[in-house]
Write a protein that binds this ligand. Structure first.
Ligand code: ADP
Ligand code: MG
Length: 474
């Protein structure tokens, strides 16, 4: 399944020329990020890291990933409405993981008070790798689903143009013409716009809840601009602003700085370091409000690794999606082996297996954002230490997926050009809107391909490990 440019990979002069074109094209097309030194200013910006060449993706697996996205949307939405399932699934986790416990407390508090929100908007990204079986046939295996702050839908809409130009410079115009157009930010904005419309107040705004440090602002601006193009007003606020200037009226309408908020789109709030006491209070205020939260806290919980593991148990999908036999089969086909480390015989057994053969597994805590998982010797050491303690239940175990590497160049500012052995991860964006019990939108909104050198076991683009890529279907 190699891409048809193996021939040029070692042609140093051609690669140098193409890389110079690529970097300028990235800047021209807006594949941009703020710099590490000045993460909150746009005076000096740089290109977001990306591959010199598109990476080969098996077209059957690409289509499979798109075909299962609406099922994943339905599944996440069903979980978010099934408190019994969430409570039961997360019971052991919240005893030992304070972050999940705090999210869960807010979830329960909002339920007890009664939901003021009646329109629901989900934006997620389901990520996959192509697992290479013993016979060499690749299979689509889900890494995880991100139900909060799934990023790079904006910047990735610009990489195909860059890669198209690179291929032309390298004498591959035919291949360039085969790169697929892709614009997730438009799809995400259509979902946000629908939710805004159903909320039903012309003067209300969409609020992007953003981090204190905003290096990836251009990615968000792509979505913002799509909303402005539809005459929907967008404001950007931090938890701190909500704490200081946010309030609810008698009907639990949310006001921030005097403006009524129809939709809260979180690009923040997914890791413990996003929260201090004030930020938790701000989060609670938002969750109690009538505004459409993307995601609401139940949907955020539906995206935890513990829930993912529980979904792989026989019978769970059938219970969550009754009567949807085909959807269940499509979903299950993408699952890798996932294992609970809950206290008891089942957990004891798998812990022992993983300690004996750590390279078969990945040990995952309930964290997002890359760089948190444990592999190999480190996995063995940590698991050995906690194997008899309830602390182990804050993790899950997953079969390690082993894709076939391919050679590529990873272009990163201030970094020498050198060829690397790489593996890729494909993400599909999903968007859905529900009003009361009725699904009014359920779509796949585009894709994201990220590629990293094989020496890094973990980490995304924001974590400085993976880079943006474009799929070349083979
Ligand atoms: P996060 O929420 O931190 O993004 P992920 O589950 O996506 O957590 O894991 C982070 C990265 O670790 C992935 O992007 C992938 O590169 C690697 N990874 C995760 N799970 C596996 C797996 N089962 N096999 C191989 N690599 C994995
Ligand atoms: Mg991930």
């Amino acid at each position: 399944m190699a891409a048809p440019w193996e021939d040029v990979l070692r042609d140093e002069a051609a690669i140098r020329e193409a890389a110079a074109v690529a970097v300028d094209a990235a800047l021209l097309h807006g594949v941009l990020m703020r710099t590490e030194r000045e993460p909150n200013a746009s005076d000096v910006v740089n290109y977001a890291p990306f591959t010199l060449l598109p990476s080969a993706v098996p077209s059957a697996l690409f289509e499979q990933a798109y075909a299962v996205q609406q099922d994943f949307n339905l599944l996440v939405d069903a979980i978010s409405q099934n408190n019994e399932f969430l409570e039961h699934t997360l019971a052991s986790t919240i005893k030992v993981d304070d972050f999940t416990a705090q999210l869960f407390r807010i979830h329960m508090q909002v339920l007890e008070e009664g939901l003021a929100q009646s329109v629901f908007l989900g934006i997620n990204r389901s990520d996959y790798m192509f697992d290479c079986g013993v016979d060499g046939t690749p299979a689509l295996k889900q890494i995880e689903i991100n139900t909060i702050a799934a990023s790079f839908g904006g910047l990735t809409s610009r990489t195909a143009a860059v890669h198209g130009q690179v291929l032309k410079v390298l004498g591959k115009s035919k291949e360039a013409s085969r790169l697929l157009p892709n614009n997730p930010s438009k799809g995400l904005a259509l979902g946000i716009a629908k939710a805004w419309e159903l909320y039903g107040s012309q003067s209300a705004v969409v609020m992007f809840l953003v981090e204190e440090v905003q290096r990836n602002i251009f990615d968000q601006r792509c979505v913002e601009n799509e909303l402005w193009n539809r005459n929907i007003r967008v404001i950007r606020k931090r938890f701190r602003d909500v704490f200081e200037k946010g309030s609810l009226d008698d009907a639990k309408r949310l006001y921030v700085d005097g403006q009524e908020v129809a939709v809260v789109y979180y690009r923040e709030g997914y890791v413990p370091k996003n929260y201090d006491q004030q930020n938790w209070e701000a989060r609670l205020l938002l969750e109690r409000s009538r505004a459409v939260k993307c995601p609401d806290i139940a949907t955020q919980l539906a995206g935890t690794k513990k829930v993912q593991q529980e979904l792989s148990r026989p019978g769970t999908l059938e219970r969550l999606l009754p009567g949807r036999t085909e959807a269940v089969a499509r979903l299950r086909a993408t699952f890798a082996g996932l294992y609970s480390l809950d206290m008891g015989e089942e957990g004891d057994k798998i812990a022992a297996t993983a300690i004996a053969d750590p390279d078969r597994f990945v040990l995952k805590p309930q964290r997002e954002g890359g760089g948190n998982n444990l592999y190999g010797e480190e996995l063995r050491q940590v698991l050995e230490k906690i194997r008899d303690s309830p602390e182990r239940t804050s993790y899950i175990l997953m079969d390690k997926i082993k894709p076939q590497p391919a050679m590529n160049y990873l272009l990163r500012a201030h970094t020498p050009l050198q060829v690397s052995e790489c593996i890729s991860e494909l993400g599909i964006f999903g968007v859905y809107v529900r009003q009361g019990k009725e699904m009014v939108m359920n779509k796949a909104a585009g894709h994201l391909l990220r590629t990293k050198a094989i020496e890094h076991a973990d980490g995304g683009v924001a974590a400085g490990v993976a880079v943006l890529d474009t799929p070349y279907l083979v």
